[in-house]
Design a protein around this ligand. Structure first.
Ligand code: NAI
Ligand code: 15L
Length: 266
C-alpha cells in the first residue's frame, strides 16, 4: 500500500524532475522540495516547499507530516568543501534529525559511486568493499551512509543507500557505458527500497544491466531489484567518441574524472 506523504528532496534537479512523475503511484501526496524554484507549481496530490537543506529549522518544518523520505537534494558534483559541507553533510544530518523527531521510519538516500571512486575499473566490488571516496563530494556521500547506519543502530530508522552510477537520459561517454542507470531502473530500485520490509541500513549500487559490470549488486537483488535496461543500445553512438588516452582517469578509476577534480585554492 502506498505511503500517505512522501518527501522528495532535490525535486527541481535532473533526477528529481523525473521522480516527481514516476514516484506518484507510491504515495497519496508527494511533497516536493528544493532550494531552487520548481519548474511547475504543485499539481494534484503534490505540495511544494522551498527549503535550504543547510537550515536545520527549515528542514524540521519540511518533514512535518511526512511518512517516508527520498533524499536526492544536495550538491551533486565536486565543489569546494564548504559548499559540500552545507548541502550534503549538514543537509543529511538535518534530514535524519527531522526524521527522528517526526517518527519517520524509512529513508531512501541518493548515495553515489564516488564513495568508491578510487577503486580501479579492473576490480569487481560489492557494497561491502572498503570505501575509497574520490572527492569531497564522494566523502560527503560516504558520511551520509555512515549517518544512515548510525540512525538505524541508534534509533531504528531504516535506509537504503543507493550508490547511483550515472543516471541520465543516456550515457554521455565511454565510462558511463558501465555506470549507466536508466530512469526506469532507478524508479524500480527506489520502489524496492521503499517497500521491502526490514532493510535496516542496506547499501546497493544503482546500475542497469550493462555489458561491463564493476559492481556485484547482490544486495540490490536481495531487495528484489532486477534491472530491465542496458547501455548496449547506446554503444554505437558512444563509440563514435574518441577513445580515452591511456592515463585518463576515466579509463582507470571507477569514479572517472572526479578522481582528478580540484584542488580548490582560496
Ligand atoms: P542535480 O544537481 O540536478 O539535483 C540536485 C538538486 O539538489 C538540485 O535541484 C539543487 O538545487 C538541490 N540542492 C542543492 N543544494 C541544496 C541545498 N543546500 N538545499 C536544498 N536543495 C539543494 O543532481 P541529480 O543528477 O538530479 O542528482 C540527484 C541526487 O542523486 C544527488 O544527491 C546526487 O548526488 C545523486 N546522484 C546522482 C547521479 C546521477 O547520475 N544523476 C549519480 C550519483 C548520485
Ligand atoms: C554522480 O554522483 C553525479 O551526481 C553525476 O552528475 C554523475 O557525475 C555521476 O556521479 C557519474 O559518476 O557519472
Amino acid at each position: 500500500t502506498p505511503f500517505n506523504r512522501l518527501l522528495l528532496t532535490g525535486a527541481a534537479g535532473g533526477l528529481g524532475k523525473v521522480l516527481r512523475e514516476t514516484l506518484r503511484p507510491y504515495a497519496r501526496i508527494i511533497r516536493l522540495s528544493d532550494i531552487a524554484p520548481m519548474d511547475a507549481p504543485a499539481g494534484d496530490h503534490e505540495e511544494v516547499v522551498q527549503c535550504n537543506l543547510a537550515d536545520k529549522a527549515a528542514v524540521h518544518t519540511l518533514c512535518e507530516g511526512v511518512d517516508v523520505i527520498v533524499h536526492f537534494g544536495g550538491v551533486s558534483v565536486e565543489r569546494p568543501f564548504e559548499e559540500v559541507l552545507d548541502g550534503n553533510i549538514r543537509g543529511v544530518f538535518h534530514i535524519y534529525e527531522a526524521a527522528r523527531k517526526h517518527g519517520i521510519k524509512r529513508v531512501v538516500f541518493a548515495s553515489s559511486n564516488h564513495v568508491i571512486g578510487f577503486h580501479k575499473q579492473t576490480e569487481t566490488i560489492d557494497a561491502s568493499a572498503p570505501r575509497r571516496p574520490d572527492s569531497y563530494y564522494g566523502l560527503s556521500k560516504s558520511y551520509g551512509e555512515d549517518m544512515a547506519s548510525f540512525y538505524y543502530d541508534r534509533y531504528g530508522i531504516e535506509t537504503v543507500s543507493i550508490r547511483i552510477g550515472s543516471s541520465f537520459p543516456e550515457p554521455l561517454n565511454r565510462r558511463m557505458m558501465a555506470t549507466y542507470l536508466s530512469y526506469r531502473d532507478l524508479t524500480n530500485l527506489i520502489e524496492r527500497s521503499l517497500f521491502t520490509p526490514n532493510v535496516k541500513h542496506t547499501v546497493v549500487y544503482g546500475a542497469s544491466a550493462n555489458r561491463d559490470q564493476w559492481w556485484d549488486n547482490h544486495m540490490a537483488a536481495q531487495l528484489g531489484f532486477e534491472p530491465q535496461d542496458t547501455s548496449e543500445v547506446f554503444r554505437e553512438k558512444i563509440e563514435q567518441q574518441p577513445p580515452y588516452a591511456p592515463n585518463d582517469p576515466a579509463l582507470i578509476y571507477q569514479g572517472g574524472a572526479f578522481c582528478e577534480a580540484g584542488p580548490f585554492d582560496d
